[in-house]
Design a protein around this ligand. Structure first.
Ligand code: PAF
Length: 279
């Protein structure tokens, strides 16, 4: 497994591999890897000749009062896990390498970037689309793998790839959950044992919505009310949004249909967690 820190070296290695006709699968991450990330790596392994994983805690996608400085950094453990999964290349640049002083170009997907997490975390998706564009230019993957847990991120990145004609396919892998339903997230490490138990309310609320929708309830307002009622059973958890939306545009829909996205975000203590289901 090769580890690249410099953009120029990584870029020429990937250019050579593409020239040899090898297909490249990229899994962009911020490290602090868990089974959710590893499921992306395994999907990439099954679909590509060369698997590349980027590890970069991207400062431009964190707001001034968010957890950039305390975001878990577990580089050595991450590398050990990736080695075991048969990853070929790791790209792990420094912040200065990715954003040299004076860099002032950003990629913005208008509209969809202002919805769901983009509404609560102003500028978040501008940071995501900028760094992912850079990673796509550096690695030049044929396929890039993302988790469905970040459903809004998936919508924004799909649109970016379409609008800017990136010559690659985005592959979205299912949410990986703990046995009790908690969606895996690097931020789960922040939770105390008590908060870990409280965090299950996100999954319970989504389960209630799924149950009602399966029973024929179509009204988004009614489904959101039912999810809110579940959240009241855990008063220490503060819902940020509960949304019933079109999975592509992230716009609210009055009635649910096949493929409607139901997404929630909530603060458990100071930790912001997200989860979703597709009906
Ligand atoms: O999903 C993430 O971990 C990040 O948003 C990503 C895609 C690696 C960009 O920094």
């Amino acid at each position: 497994m090769l580890i690249f820190k410099a953009i120029a070296e990584a870029q020429s290695a990937f250019t050579r591999l593409r020239g040899e006709g090898r297909t490249i699968g990229l899994v962009p991450t911020m490290g602090a890897l868990h089974e959710g990330h590893l499921s992306l790596v395994r999907a990439a392994r099954a679909a590509s000749d060369v698997v590349a994983v980027s590890i970069f805690v991207n400062p431009t996608q964190f707001g001034p009062n968010e957890d950039f400085s305390k975001y878990p950094r577990t580089f050595d453990e991450d590398c050990a896990l990736l080695e075991r999964e048969g990853v070929d290349m790791i790209f792990a640049p420094t912040v200065d390498e990715m954003y040299p002083p004076g860099a002032s170009t950003f990629v913005v997907v208008e509209g969809v970037s202002d919805r769901l997490d983009g509404a609560s975390r102003r500028g978040h998706f501008r940071g995501v689309t900028t760094v992912v564009s850079k990673l796509f230019h550096i690695v030049g993957p044929h396929k890039a793998f993302f988790g469905q847990k970040d459903a809004a991120q998936v919508a924004v990145l799909r649109k970016m790839v379409r609008d800017l004609n990136f010559p690659l396919q985005i592959v979205v892998c299912p949410i990986v959950r703990e046995a009790d339903g908690l969606a895996l997230s690097s931020r789960n490490r922040y939770l105390s044992a008590e908060e870990r138990a409280q965090a299950l309310v996100l999954h319970r609320a989504l389960g209630k919505v799924e149950e009602l929708a399966a029973g024929g309830e179509r009204s988004s307002t009614k489904l959101i009310e039912a999810a809110r009622a579940v959240f009241t059973s855990e008063p220490s958890v503060r819902a940020d949004y509960i949304a019933v939306v079109d999975p592509e545009t992230l716009e609210d829909v009055p009635e649910v249909g096949n493929g409607t996205l139901v997404a929630v975000a909530a603060f458990v203590g100071t930790t912001r967690l997200i989860d979703n289901v597709v009906l």
